[in-house]
Design a protein around this ligand. Structure first.
Ligand code: IMP
Length: 429
């Protein structure tokens, strides 16, 4: 029987999860998002055509695939409808194939206002959020005052909105010195969006359980990355959800036994967007070269991404947290043309050698990377689809990464097109 696979980012997001989910989705019944919101940006390139998905699972371009938004996803009704509209304009049938959990918390305009005003107030100490209201929405969920999708068509919406908006407007006016959000306009927007979304609401938990019972394989698609996880990441420079494999259960409403294989998506170097410590960050021409060749600009915000060498101690931490069974190494082509390539194998941490990323951002900021240097390769590897066709030094690089992490490589990506992918071990079989 094919395996259910959870695909997660092992670094600070932007590893290339969307490409791999799209590639694997060919063979599955369903693709399930279980956390995050439209702060994510998953880029798919099929036959030269680029599609950026933010909320909609990366299986949407395969017509036979059902896409699910689990209850752990925070949904901005306006952005969801915009994304659906964009896909429909490109000829993709969405509404009959998108099943959304009733319990998804709603991202509303007051969350965006609070997110942005709070970042402005923080000044230099800002987290560098995407400004999409994600953090304040998860706060409302945990504080048990969130409006959820099923509320949008209930008569109780008015009273709920009044209460939650009173709280946020008090915060905006009295603490953040920012304009407040209008009640009547918000109510009207939410009601209209609720009517459009209602036909797509479904019992996702039950549908996934039934798919499993009938042997139909599922892919669980993580957003962001492990080092941005609210519990395990470089707190407080993190997102507000759990981005790790174990979050697929509560975020999709399924049990722990639903997952058979954990695929850790890992860029061949490291990037980070937003603030926070980044031990292997490069501030020189080498970093600028990676950014240029890798086109490292945020797909949601357009912000330039910070770039650095591959960080094994961070990966080791990440692989343990997720229980990674296999890695997909992404963007190997970006490393071509370099004389030498460095891999961080440990840190000098306050005078002591450590080989695991420590917890907390001040500790991570004190990690000085210790590097091993490997010979680079000059040849392009762009679009190569067989491991044996890679230059010997590229093969050695990959083998060294496997040896240092102790985790096998399942896939290697050598270009942005769906099929620019080397298969080493199939995650689904
Ligand atoms: P938030 O998720 O908008 O609250 O942003 C919190 C942190 O997570 C910031 O550093 C963002 O840049 C980062 N972040 C959020 N979503 C993504 C993503 O999809 N890729 C990379 N970084 C992200």
């Amino acid at each position: 029987m094919p395996r259910n696979v959870v695909v997660i980012g092992t670094q600070w997001g932007d590893e290339g999860k969307g490409k791999i989910v799209d590639w694997l989705a060919e063979q599955v019944h369903g693709v399930v998002r279980f956390q995050g919101g439209h702060n994510a940006g998953h880029t798919l390139v099929v036959n030269g055509k680029k599609t950026v998905l933010r909320l909609i699972p990366s299986g949407m371009l395969h017509p036979h695939t059902t896409c699910y938004l689990g209850n752990g996803v925070v949904v901005s009704p306006a952005d969801l409808m915009k994304e659906i509209g964009e896909l429909e304009a490109a000829g993709v049938e969405v509404r009959s194939r998108l099943k959304i959990a009733h319990a998804c918390p709603v991202v509303a305009p007051y969350h965006v206002a609070v997110d942005q005003a709070r970042e402005a107030k923080r000044g230099d100490a800002k987290i560098g959020t995407t400004g999409r209201g994600i953090g304040p929405t998860y706060e409302d969920k945990v504080a048990r005052r969130a409006i959820r999708l099923h509320d949008l068509t209930e008569p109780t919406l008015e009273a709920k909105l009044k209460e939650v908006l009173e709280y946020h407007n008090f915060m905006l006016a009295n603490y953040l010195n920012a304009p407040t959000v209008d009640y009547a306009q918000t109510l009207d927007t939410l009601r209209k969006a609720g009517e459009q979304i209602a036909p797509m609401l479904a019992d996702v938990s039950h549908a996934l359980t039934e798919a499993r019972r009938h042997g139909k394989p599922l892919l669980f698609e993580g957003a962001q990355g492990t080092l941005l996880d609210v519990d395990n990441g470089t707190y407080p420079f993190v997102t507000s959800s759990n981005c790790v494999s174990g979050a697929a259960g509560p975020g999709a409403g399924v049990g722990a036994r639903m997952i058979d294989y954990v695929l850790g998506i890992t860029k061949a170097y490291t990037t980070r967007v937003g603030s926070g410590p980044f031990p292997t960050e490069l501030f020189d021409d080498i970093g600028a070269g990676l950014a240029k060749r890798g086109n490292e600009f945020g797909s949601v915000t357009g912000r330039p991404r910070r770039c650095g060498w591959l960080d094994i101690p961070a990966l080791k931490r990440s692989f343990e947290i997720n229980g990674v069974d296999g890695m997909a190494i992404m963007k190997l082509d970006v490393l071509s043309g370099m004389d030498e390539i460095k891999i961080c194998t440990g840190y000098d941490f306050r005078g002591e050698w450590i080989d695991r990323l420590p917890y907390g951002s001040s500790a991570v900021a004190d990690c000085k990377p210790v590097y091993e240097t490997l010979a680079g390769w000059k040849e392009s590897v762009f679009g190569i689809r067989k491991f044996e066709q890679l230059p010997m030094n590229a093969q050695s690089y990959l083998k060294r990464v496997e040896a240092l992490t102790g985790v096998p490589i399942a896939l290697v990506s050598t270009g942005f097109e769906r099929d620019d992918t080397i298969l080493m071990q199939h995650p689904l079989n």
